[in-house]
Design a protein around this ligand. Structure first.
Ligand SMILES: Nc1nc2c(ncn2[C@@H]2O[C@H](COP(=O)(O)OP(=O)(O)OP(=O)(O)O)[C@@H](O)[C@H]2O)c(=O)[nH]1
Ligand SMILES: [Zn+2]
Length: 212
């Protein structure tokens, strides 16, 4: 999806439980975005935003990077339907341990379908559909994310090679395609819960995620 512009809109101090970060805000303008649901026409222009938490020196060696997609239910409410919150903590812990790194938090709730659609997908999952079947039943693609904004943000920061925390080969491919080298993939596997076993099984079997 072509961005006609990606701009840094803010850069501030950000103390956290994991240590001292900078928090940066980025906005990208997408011209003629592709619809994620054929029944919902896309606008001619869409603004996408992402937050970058940056710790330490990110230029002396390929930094640890996590691209985290927004999950209100997991990140804020500690939902056990998914593994997002545990992955967020794993990533912040890894960056903190290394003393440097970047967490890119992209506002792609529900793999880009939005919060209300994700909740409707949960309803369908309660009736027996898996995560992908539920998205498709609602008219959405299985995954609406393309990871171009995080790639562009990394390049704007002068980061052209990274150690990426992920289990999702599509993220590695997207960065490489955009010209950001993934010199190492660091596993984002976290302990499973009985309530997220099917969610993880679907990621492994239908989305090619590298989880056991
Ligand atoms: N549509 C939909 N999205 C979900 C569901 N559960 C979690 N998500 C979203 O999934 C996104 C996280 O994507 P995942 O596929 O779990 O993991 P990933 O980011 O692709 O891969 P990792 O880097 O390995 O974590 C977040 O945006 C969540 O809001 C669901 O049941 N349906
Ligand atoms: Zn989640």
């Amino acid at each position: 999806m072509p961005f006609s512009a990606v701009n840094k809109v803010a850069d501030a101090d950000f103390p956290t439980r994991w240590g001292q970060f900078r928090i940066l805000g980025f906005e990208g303008i997408v011209d003629y975005p592709e619809p994620c649901n054929d029944d919902i026409p896309a606008p001619a222009k869409r603004i996408e935003s992402a937050v970058a938490l940056v710790m330490g020196n990110i230029h002396s060696a390929p930094p640890i990077v996590r691209i985290h997609s927004q999950c209100l239910t997991g990140d804020v409410f500690h939902s056990l339907r998914c593994d997002c919150r545990q992955q967020l903590e794993l990533a912040l812990g890894a960056i903190s341990d290394a003393g440097s790194g970047i967490l890119l938090y992209e506002q792609q709730e529900g793999r880009g379908i939005g919060l209300m659609a994700k909740l409707r997908a949960y309803e369908l999952q309660d009736q027996g559909l898996d995560t992908i079947e539920a998205n498709l039943e609602l008219g959405y693609k299985a995954d609406c994310r393309e990871f171009e904004l995080p790639a562009e943000i990394l390049k704007q920061m002068g980061v052209n090679s990274v150690r990426l925390i992920t289990n999702n080969p599509a993220k590695v491919e997207a960065l490489e395609l955009a010209g950001v080298k993934v010199v190492e993939r660091i596993s984002a596997e976290v302990p499973t819960e009985p309530t997220n076993e099917r969610y993880l099984q679907t990621k492994r079997e239908k989305m090619g995620h590298l989880v056991s």
